[in-house]
Design a protein around this ligand. Sequence first.
Ligand SMILES: NC(=O)c1ccc[n+]([C@@H]2O[C@H](COP(=O)([O-])OP(=O)(O)OC[C@H]3O[C@@H](n4cnc5c(N)ncnc54)[C@H](OP(=O)(O)O)[C@@H]3O)[C@@H](O)[C@H]2O)c1
Length: 344
Amino acid sequence: MTTLTSLVNHQVRLAARPVGMPGPECWSHTTEAVQEPAEGGVLVKTHAISLDPAMRGWMNDVKSYIPPVGIGEVMRAGGVGTVIASKNPQFAVGDAVSVGTGVQEYMLVPQDQIRKTGLVKIDLSMGNMTQWLNVLGMPGMTGYFGLMDVGQPKAGETLVVSGAAGAVGQTVGQVAKIKGCRVVGIAGGKAKCDWVVNELGFDACIDYKAGNVKAGLKEHCPQGVDIYFDNVGGDILDDVLARINRKARIIICGAISQYNNTTPVQGPKNYLSLLVNRARMEGIVVFDYADRYHLAVAEMAGYLKDGRMKSREDVVNGLNTFPETLGKLFSGANFGKLVLKVAD
Ligand SMILES: NC(=O)c1ccc[n+]([C@@H]2O[C@H](COP(=O)([O-])OP(=O)(O)OC[C@H]3O[C@@H](n4cnc5c(N)ncnc54)[C@H](OP(=O)(O)O)[C@@H]3O)[C@@H](O)[C@H]2O)c1
């Protein structure tokens, strides 16, 4: 019989801070013996890890909404897994959980770290493990609360979302459709655009890699744009700013087009459109909504069940593939929520 202490934990650690796109030199692969949990603690076996654009920001030694990952530390990551040992009455062996696993096979959560690591049980009758990293997980919460709290959609309004086929984008567009909006996506490539229109029910999608975003917005948003959910920043933000309506809401969720810049971030040139249109632009950080996640999860699990919502995950196998798999986010090679599967 395998004892816990005979298990080996494979890990990926941050070895160096990147300049531009992170290369292999940024990572080290290490092993450690697995430890039994102490009183009140829990040991989790990682099933899958969420790969997020935010990881690129966590690698920089700059002030942000969360401290950077230290050199030599296990790379920060959200994950899902199964409790394999517990000395805490609130968690039993076999429980499915969501937790900040880090990029490693096992996560030991001491009692005083349960809150900090976000360790919570997840209900697999509401969605499967990878859906708990997608529409029921952090990206889904981002899309839901960014749209509902900042975007405040009203039936009949036109919403544009960039990164439309990605994790956050798929949630935003589908919830906005359910709330009665006209939804126009922006995504890279025909396959992604076809998917959001034909499978997710968006009204239109502009392939920014194929053509002119400005012309696409003019064609597909004849009544202007009331809500723009921005995942990418850069030129696309400027193109949408040029078409917003009076009292438009722009949700600054992310700016992936800027994350690997070696030159200063490109800010919006068309910002006076906010003045002319009495519009507003507001940033969001998903963690601010943690005390309301359960409400959004319940609502979206209902949509998954009644078929009004679909979720697509792009699952790649193998902890060791982490460095190159992460790069897929920045080339657009991921199709749906990017997930790294670590174990069955
Ligand atoms: N504020 C928060 O609390 C919060 C939380 C979660 C995520 N976010 C942000 O939300 C955004 C989406 O995250 P996600 O997890 O859903 O990622 P994702 O959309 O699943 O994956 C990233 C996608 O970004 C697109 N992309 C990459 N480079 C681009 C460029 N130069 N221009 C335009 N598009 C580009 C690619 O799609 P295409 O093939 O379409 O180019 C890629 O597939 C990111 O900016 C992320 O940082 C913010």
